[in-house]
Design a protein around this ligand. Structure first.
Ligand code: NAD
Ligand code: IPM
Ligand code: MN
Length: 351
């Protein structure tokens, strides 16, 4: 029996509701297939923790996490109590950065049983590779003065290493998929970083002559996600562009509540982290109605990462069966609770 040591951080809001649902489902799929099991260690790091301790996690928090094989996180953020830039940079982004989780993979596809808002819900299946360590998300800049003379400067950082790494990762994935990479650019409006991004994309593409390439400005690309998502295979984007595109990817599937994500460490020095695309949803937290599918599909990505693709595929098939059967939460047009959807998934898994 192979037992995996998983650090669990439910976080805030609906994170605390969907994470237990997903770990129950993980345990069930492991039991059905046999051979593996999960040992979870849960950490209460969150905005509650911040209110008690003045920080989002203990000073040795990262050292503690380092010993785990993967991190399974719900969502972070409670902006009524703690400013988002404090809570997120004190926990989620800190882990992504310090653990060199330089790639964020976020799939979006036509999901069986879901009413997509697309006029023609074409059978789409795309993967966004989001640069996850630099770009527009930087701590370089500053603020001076107050009032009419106030100035805020935020510098974007694009390194050749970071840019090449994300783009190369996209090409590698495309070779295993349908052989097409689309680059999200904005070299018409952003005059240094985006022409650089385009050059690196061209350079890297020469190493992959079998892969078809397209570069599309992020504004048009956002519209194409809505009007013709079926034309995309792998899409590679900078940190911010990838962030925004993947909420659109979630929306065209039918809900932000189902979209999964994986923060991947490539050098093996630190664990990778698995957390859905959505946030803590303060507007519905505590009601038991959050859609658990984003977190459960994220568990599938963790299974894939740990080398259990067959279990992962089985899990996703069952989730799609349940959605198709009509057992759905309110965000996707149903009336079921988080618990009811989870129970139905567990029942079908064990069948
Ligand atoms: P959000 O994703 O939390 O919510 C956006 C909308 O989608 C809300 O109406 C919400 O009810 C709905 N929604 C989200 N997940 C859902 C689910 N599983 N089931 C049903 N409905 C769902 O985004 P937001 O409102 O911009 O952010 C809320 C907080 O979460 C903020 O503090 C933000 O910074 C944080 N956030 C955290 C993460 C993360 O931890 N990975 C990601 C995004 C936002
Ligand atoms: C996400 C989130 C985070 C991001 C926020 C909460 C900092 O939106 O994971 O998509 O922008 O990376
Ligand atoms: Mn986001």
């Amino acid at each position: 029996m192979r037992q995996y040591e998983i650090a669990v951080i439910p976080g805030d809001g609906i994170g605390k509701e969907v994470v237990p649902a997903a770990t129950d489902v993980l345990d069930a799929i492991a039991e059905v297939h046999g051979g593996i099991s999960f040992k979870y260690t849960s950490f209460p790091w969150s905005c509650d923790y911040y209110e008690q301790h003045g920080k989002m996690m203990p000073d040795d928090g990262l050292r503690t996490l380092q010993n785990f094989e993967a991190i399974f996180l719900g969502a972070v953020g409670d902006p009524q109590r703690v400013p988002d830039h404090v809570s997120l940079w004190g926990l989620l982004i800190k882990i992504r950065r310090e653990f060199e989780q330089v790639i964020n993979i976020r799939p979006a596809k036509y999901f069986r049983g879901l009413a997509s808002p697309l006029l023609k819900p074409n059978d789409f299946d795309l993967l966004v590779v989001r640069e996850n360590s630099e770009g527009e998300y930087s701590e370089i800049g500053g603020r001076i003065h107050k009032g009419a003379d106030e100035i805020a400067i935020q510098n974007a950082v694009f390194t050749r290493k970071g840019t090449e790494r994300a783009i190369r990762y996209a090409f590698e994935l495309a070779q295993k998929r349908r052989g097409h990479v689309t680059s999200a650019t904005k070299s018409n409006g952003i005059v240094y970083s985006m022409p650089f991004w385009d050059e690196v994309f061209k350079d890297v593409s020469k190493e992959y002559p079998d892969v078809k390439t397209t570069a599309t400005h992020i504004d048009a690309l956002s519209a194409f996600f809505v009007t013709k998502p079926h034309v995309f295979d792998v899409v590679v984007a900078s940190n911010l562009f990838g962030d925004i595109l993947t909420d659109i990817g979630a929306a065209i599937m039918g809900s932000i509540g189902i979209a999964p994500a994986a923060n991947i460490n490539l050098n093996g020095k630190f664990p990778s982290m698995f957390e859905p695309v959505h946030g803590s949803a303060p507007d519905i937290a505590g009601q038991g109605i959050a859609n658990p599918i984003g977190q459960i599909w994220t568990a599938k990505m963790m299974l894939d990462h740990l080398g259990h693709q067959e279990m992962g595929q089985h899990l996703l098939n069952v989730v799609e069966d349940v959605t198709h059967s009509g057992v759905k939460t309110g965000d996707i047009g149903g009336t079921a609770t988080t618990q009811e959807v989870t129970q139905e998934i567990l029942k079908r898994l064990k069948r």
